[in-house]
Design a protein around this ligand. Sequence first.
Ligand code: ACO
Length: 334
Amino acid sequence: MAYAAFRSIGAYAPSKILSNDELSSMVDTSDEWITKRTGIKERRIAAADEFTSDMGAKAAQKAIERSGIDKSEIDMVVCATISPDYFCMPSTATIISTKLGLENVTAFDISAACTGFVYVLSIAKAFIESGMKKNVLIIGAEKLSAITDYTDRGTCILFGDGAGAAIISATDNKDEAIIDVHTGADGQFADLLMSPNGGSGSAHDTLNQEATSCFMQMKGNETFKVAVKTLTKDVVDILKDNNIAGSDIKYFVPHQANLRIIKAVGDALKLEDEQVVITVEKYGNTSGASIPMAINDIYENGMLKAGELMLLDAFGGGLTWGSALVPFSPLEKK
Ligand code: ACO
C-alpha cells in the first residue's frame, strides 16, 4: 500500500499591509479593541489585479521548488478557496495549473471555508493511498478582501488575503506518512457564517438579475463559542484515536481566526506556548490559506525540521471542521 507524505510547504502574502489604525478610519473601531478581542494587528490585502490564482500559483511555485519533485510528476491539483477567481467556472485550481505550466493533471476546487486546507489534505491522502495519484499539489488561497464588507466592523477587521501550498507524495515508508486526517461538517449551523447573496440560493429574481455581492456575514459571538468547543474536541479525538499524547506534538498549527480562540484551545489541551504556532497578528484570518501560511512561517524561520510532528486543527463556515497528524517529511537531498 502507498502512504502519503507531506514533502514541502510554500506560501505567499501580498505586500500591501492594512493596519488596525487604517481600519479605524474606515469603520467605528480601534487598534485597542481589535488587538484585545482578536490578537490581530494587521492583515495583507491583494492588489486589484492580483487574483486568488496568482497568489495560489506563487505559493505553489515555492512548494514545488522545495519538494525536489519535478513539476511534470504532479498529477493532481486541488485548491481550497471561498474566494475563487470566478464563482462558477473555471476552477481556480485549473487556472493555477496553467499558470504553473502543469500538464496532465486532474484539477478542482473545494469549498470548506477555513477548514479547506485540512479537507484538501484528506483528499490528497485518499487519492495517493488508493493508488490513483502519486504527487498532489494542494493549495489554500484566498482573496477574502473581495468578499469582505468594509462597512461591517464585525467582520472586516478579521480577514486578510494570502495563499499556502504543499506537495503530498506517495511513499513506501510508513514512518514518513501522514498519520491521520479527520473531517466533519454540520449544515444546521450554516447561518452562523455565510455569504447569503450571489448564488442560486439567494432570493433574487433569476430572470432579472442585478449584481449581488458575495460579502461574508457572521454571528461572531456564537461562532466563537462553537469554534472553541469544536476545535478542542477535534484535537482530543484525533490524538486519542492514534494513541498520541499532546506532549508528542512538536507544533500545534490551528486555523488562525482569533488569538483568544487559539489560546483557549491550547490551554484546554495543556500545550506549552512553544508548541502553538501563531501568525494571526500579522495575517488576520486568511481562511483556507491560514494553516499552510502558518506552516510556511515555521519552515522559513528554520523551526520546522524533518520528522517533526504537526497537529493541524481547523474550523469554519459550513460549519466544517477537521484535524490532522502530519509529520514533516521532505525528500532526502540526493
Ligand atoms: N470594533 C469595536 N466594537 C466592535 C467591533 C469592532 N470591530 N465589532 C463588534 N463590536 C462591538 C459589538 O457591537 C458589541 O457591542 P455592544 O456590546 O454594544 O452590543 C461588542 O463589541 C461585543 O461584540 P461581540 O460580537 O460579542 O464581540 P466578541 O468579543 O465576540 O468579538 C469577534 C467579536 C472578534 C468577531 C469574535 O466573536 C470572533 O472572533 N468570532 C469567531 C470568528 C471565527 O472563528 N470564525 C470562524 C472561522 S471564519 C471562516 O470560516 C471564513
